[in-house]
Design a binder for this molecule. Sequence first.
Ligand code: BGC
Length: 759
Amino acid sequence: MKIQIKTIFSSIALSALLVGCNSKPTSEMDAFIDDLMGKMTLEEKIGQLNLPVTGEIVTGQAKSSDVAQQISEGKVGGLFNLKGADRIREMQELAVNNSRLGIPLLFGMDVIHGYETVFPIPLALSCSWNMETIEKTARMAAIEASEGGICWTFSPMVDISRDPRWGRVAEGSGEDPYLGGEIARAMVRGYQGDLTRNDEILACVKHFALYGASEAGRDYNTVDMSRIRMYNEYFEPYKAAVEEGAGSVMASFNEIDGIPATGNKWLLTEVLRNQWGFDGFVVTDYTGIYEMIAHGMGDMAEVSKLALEAGVDMDMVSDGFVGTLAQSVAEGKVSEATIDQACRRMLEAKYKLGLFENPYKYCEERKEAPAYSLQERKDFARKAATESFVLLKNEGNLLPLKKQGSVAVIGPLGNTKANMPGTWSVATIMDSAVTVVEGLQRVLGDQVTVRYAKGSNLMSDAAYEQRATMFGRELGRDNRSDEALLNEALQVARQSDVIIATLGEASEMSGECSSRTELNIPDVQRRLLEKLLATGKPVVLVLFAGRPMTLTWEAEHVPAILNAWFGGTETGLALADVLFGDANPSGKLTMTFPKNVGQIPIYYAHKNTGRPLIGPWFEKFKSNYIDIDNEPLYPFGYGLSYTNFSYDNFTLDKAEMGVNDVINAQVTITNTGKYDGAEIVQLYIRDMVGSVTRPVKELKGFQKIFLKAGESRTVNFEINADMLKFYNSDLDFVCEPGDFEVMIGANSRDVESLPFVLK
Ligand code: BGC
């Protein structure tokens, strides 16, 4: 017999009366779910734990299953990667009208940096250090995705990573746990709000945990890390997202302490639920349960049991739960109570989203105008992109360019729409992206003549280019010879006053399964760059990349370098704004740029070691290399502006503090240049002596301030004892009395420091 939602509701009142006699309801929600679960068969409960993929948008290895049939049988809890409210409504109707209990489905998607309007990739956005901007992009993404029927996004991705070989650094916020934590909070707030409106969607913090520490930067690879390091350097952003109320968590592919995260009870139950108080649901990553067979953890029945008992509530794509759990219960291997617990969490999520009240909440035609119009979203994407670009070099103030004469845009990334949005723009309409050439033409009109030549393919090696441009983000390979492409470009370049070299990676060279062992600009593009420089014309390198690249040669030879990452749909316009001075760049790096791949992992918050190199490179029997110094090419926190900022009068209001006191650290920043601009003032702290070794500095505060040319402002940071805490060898979060150093500066390298004491 089919029980409609309405019937379920009408029975709540009754059950609320009845429950008083046996179990005590903690809330209306509990009473509702108790009642519903009382009607569910074991198979239906297991069905709630199942998240198949439809294959309509591809984000993993395709799997075919008859999803419609499964939905009708009550064997599906949610679906992901469906685009369009009508399509989603169709599937929801199947669940509501055709399954016995009519329980609505969750509809998820990888809305990682926007839906149709795409914002800069997360690594780029993090370089804005602007929490309001970041929160607003998440808010706008939620509005757009929810208009398309989506109620759940697999974001924020908060994996700390210090290895740019790993392509997925593009999806995260870089190397720093504190900054990463602040960004995680902003994104959860932006997506979820208070989850009452139909334009607020459930966040999913991922990939829990440590996915960014995969060995050799190879995707899906092994992770091995001490617990003290997990707690001090990698857990903070996940914990911050949980504290902010993230409704779901995704288990990562990698192992932790020898047990895959998907089956790791210590991680998913002890840390996540018992220590951090998480009360949402845990979903696996794509085929995470199935992959435990290859990890060597057992057959499908065993790994499914392992995952469930570890704390997984929802199985993404493995079919492990629907395929094996009923039998395991029958054989007495898995308790029904464990399944009940997971099922309850899934129903709670649906309840909190309001899907029981209205299963079509997210796919109904909206009566009111959206909080932001499409044009407002686009304008904001453009602004966010200008904030995310990082100016790495600007010799002789080549930038900003004057709005006169002519420019030559040269390079394989200068006129390609598909490569502007960046990895994880699965729902966008590629044609709506603005290329560099288009952006310059639209912003500059007849003021500047804009010419374009491709100059080279992405790589000479067609097979490599094919691997690097999968998923339909092709550049359109030009079949002319390298020589012919180069000659054409040189001709175009010679006719123009300035060359804008648009080089780097295609967008699919970062993101999932896009690890690289060399991080240089591909050879054929480098050769093009050399020839462009040899023309004697001024060259601005606009670098497209989803990761820190090794730019040692470029830093020496090219006068101006703007790291554009992948700036989203409005990239071309944002680049025109910045290159021609309508916007002043203010982005600062959130990942260290190495000089070469051999320095990786390289990060600013490293330990001192017992043999630190104090003098200049090289010293025998010190911790250094014989072939290169220890310094990065560009440090964490680094980025230039068209103006200059001076840092003066750095003071502390006292030199000692107790655990309940604060010290005020002040510094006066002056915009000493000709342009108005924003500066990101950074505060670092070093614990000089500890019961365990402590990093040479750790970011503990930052402020992004806007100063008009000539303007000064005194910035104040309050230092309190919480900022001095760390996990000790018992994994207790403590601060220890003793000597500290506080540093303030424009990046992690160029700081001034003052000592203070915690009594
Ligand atoms: C990725 C996740 C993503 C999921 C669903 C996986 O391969 O690791 O980040 O959310 O697919 O598309």
